[in-house]
Design a protein around this ligand. Structure first.
Ligand SMILES: Cc1cc2nc3c(=O)[nH]c(=O)nc-3n(C[C@H](O)[C@H](O)[C@H](O)COP(=O)(O)OP(=O)(O)OC[C@H]3O[C@@H](n4cnc5c(N)ncnc54)[C@H](O)[C@@H]3O)c2cc1C
Length: 309
């Protein structure tokens, strides 16, 4: 494609600007995107979409992609939870209504041996500050704080960039002066993958009802791998929360890797529940009296989840 053709496609298909890109490490970024239109109305926990043209460059070191004829003029879009840096300056919570941008927390997927070749993230990681992008005009999703009552305990459990919507919900709880206990466990491979660690540490000092629990499964020197499921069965989660995991007063939010979440299949006729293997957090929690949301019947329980793939 010629430079003129690319410029014309960008002009026609893009409607937003990446006003800041912070690389937490070479494979992890926090990107702020300012739309040309007013920031869409939304609730903390929801997601929007980002898109780039297949004509854009891919960052190096990623799985090779072969495009079908005609694909190079198309746009690839993916869903992204809206994230939040929570503080605008040390000790001061953001006033998000003053912002005209949205924050995203994105990991580079370099390869996917079992499925489609990653199309969007290798292009997002080739972007520079000031570059143009496509932002979906609608922000949507069921993963919100709606079911949480004042005084409830709130437990956020995530893998990788799954902490993004939790950060935004956490900001909302703190801003509203939530009195219940809040625990936020983030499970990553290496400590360098904790993109908001300093913010969480500062929040813990400022808000006595907030506990942040980072877990790294592959960090050298950490003797024992701890997965989120183990945290619950060992009782450590309750110790960290400082309260029993009481289904009547606790909401649990799960986001990220579908294997950690473990969404069961419910047979509509018999009501039977089949849990996936390996055991996910939903099975562990339902064994302790919790009930997960069921999208098909619009049932709202006390375990809410967002799967990233
Ligand atoms: C509702 C929703 C919200 C999402 N929010 C985020 C977000 O805030 N941040 C984010 O990084 N991703 C998020 N995702 C995943 C995102 O939509 C893309 O799938 C991901 O960025 C990879 O895009 P891709 O085109 O490069 O590869 P894709 O073709 O989309 O994915 C290829 C493979 O990459 C793996 N993968 C996808 N996402 C991740 C991930 N986050 N971490 C590790 N492996 C992954 C899966 O094995 C997947 O099959 C979200 C997905 C959904 C459905």
């Amino acid at each position: 494609m010629t430079a003129e053709e690319i410029a014309e496609l960008r002009h026609r298909r893009y409607n937003a600007t990446a006003i800041s890109i912070k690389l937490v490490n070479p494979d992890l970024m926090i990107m702020r995107v300012k739309p040309d239109f007013p920031r869409p109305v939304h609730q903390p926990g929801q997601y929007g979409t980002l898109g780039l043209g297949y004509w854009e460059r891919r960052t190096e070191g990623c799985q090779l992609e072969s495009l079908a004829a005609g694909d190079e003029t198309k746009v690839v879009r993916r869903a992204y939870s809206i994230s939040c840096s929570i503080y605008s300056e040390p000790g001061r919570l953001m006033k998000l209504e003053e912002n005209d941008w949205l924050e995203f927390y994105i990991v580079l997927v370099r390869e996917n041996p079992d499925g489609r070749v990653p199309a969007l993230t290798p292009r997002l990681f080739a972007m520079s500050q000031g570059d143009r992008i496509q932002l979906g005009e609608r922000i949507t999703g069921h993963f919100t704080l709606d079911p949480v009552k004042p005084g409830d305990s709130v437990v956020f459990l995530s893998t990788g960039t799954g902490e993004a919507p939790h950060n935004y919900m956490l900001w909302e709880l703190l801003r509203k002066g939530h009195t219940g206990k809040i625990l936020n466990a983030c499970c990553v491979r290496y400590l360098r993958d904790l993109g908001y660690v300093e913010t969480h540490q500062a929040l813990m000092k400022q808000f006595p009802n907030y506990t942040y629990l980072p877990l790294a499964t592959r960090e050298p020197g950490i003797a024992k791998k701890v997965y989120i499921q183990d945290l619950i069965t060992s009782g450590e989660l309750e110790d960290q929360l400082g309260a029993p995991l009481d289904p009547a007063k606790t909401h649990v939010f799960l986001c990220g890797n579908p294997k950690m979440i473990g969404v069961p299949i419910r047979d509509r006729e018999t009501g039977a529940t089949t849990y996936p293997q390996p055991v996910g957090v939903i099975e562990v929690l339902e064994g302790r009296g919790f009930r997960a949301d069921v999208a098909a019947t619009k049932f709202k329980g006390n375990v809410h989840f967002e799967e990233y793939w």
